[in-house]
Design a protein around this ligand. Sequence first.
Ligand SMILES: [Ca+2]
Length: 324
Amino acid sequence: MRRNKYSSIVLLTIGALGIFLFIDRCELPDNTFLLQALNNAGHTPLFGMLSLLLLALLRITLGARRMKTTTYYWLALMVSGLIAVFSELIQYVGPRDADLVDLFRDLAGAGSFLAVYWSYSSLSGSEGRGATSRGRRWWRVAGILVFLGAMAPLALWGGAYIYRDAKFPMVADFESSWSNKFLSSFGADLDYVPHPAGAMDDAKNRVARLHIHPSDYAGLAVVEPYPDWTDHTSLNFEIYSLQPDSFNLEIRINDAAHNQDYYDRYNQTLTVAPGSNRFEILLDDVRRAPRSREMEMTEVVEISMFAWRPTETLTFCIDNIHLR
Ligand SMILES: [Ca+2]
């Protein structure tokens, strides 16, 4: 019996340490939004499992004290919380970035797993004497809701990828918050508004309006468009300028293997006239753009449009970035 107890303690401790080291040490690839979301969301079930192992460990090691059943659950939650804080502190002083949100993900995992486990354990009659069945149900519902809330960003990113793939060869039409998740602005205010002239086909059409401030580098990036462009011949888009005069806008396109060298990507200067402009970029030119290789047209990862060192504020709208 005693031997069983010690081997259980050893196994549970190894399990808990293994999960902790996995969370703390394993750097999974995070080069896409989906993998980043997966890495972040992974904290929740991992801490959930950790909290259940800790619960079992506490009950074996402190079982002789005959504490109230719920005390073990609160203790498991507290120890999980301390481990979560400790893990963030290690990252704070180490090379990785500490993230307060990770702490909430960890606590959400521990709290939700413990709540759901308690709600089912108590049903078996071995736990939580005196808890009403309604009380147990509330804990279960609360646990499930907290868990789903913590996993929601991952589900939203999954939905965004499905929407992106379904819309292709449209890359960005600015009509849905699903596809807008792949857009980012830098040095500029970005709004999604009806077309200012009511043009670009219909009044309901929304466009990306950029208000650029004088700076080094300001514009809009589509990050992780649908990556395989091999079945298409050109990239097309529309720009409606609200400026009284023409201005220059740079466009760059790069694949996953890009090394940030200027000559390792496609670069082009566009002259944007007042009012409506339509641009077409031949994908053959994009493919041949890197100086020492061909661009991998199955792995296009970014399109940026930006003003280089603008000396005045610029306001213009972009729409219908698509392949033909
Ligand atoms: Ca649009």
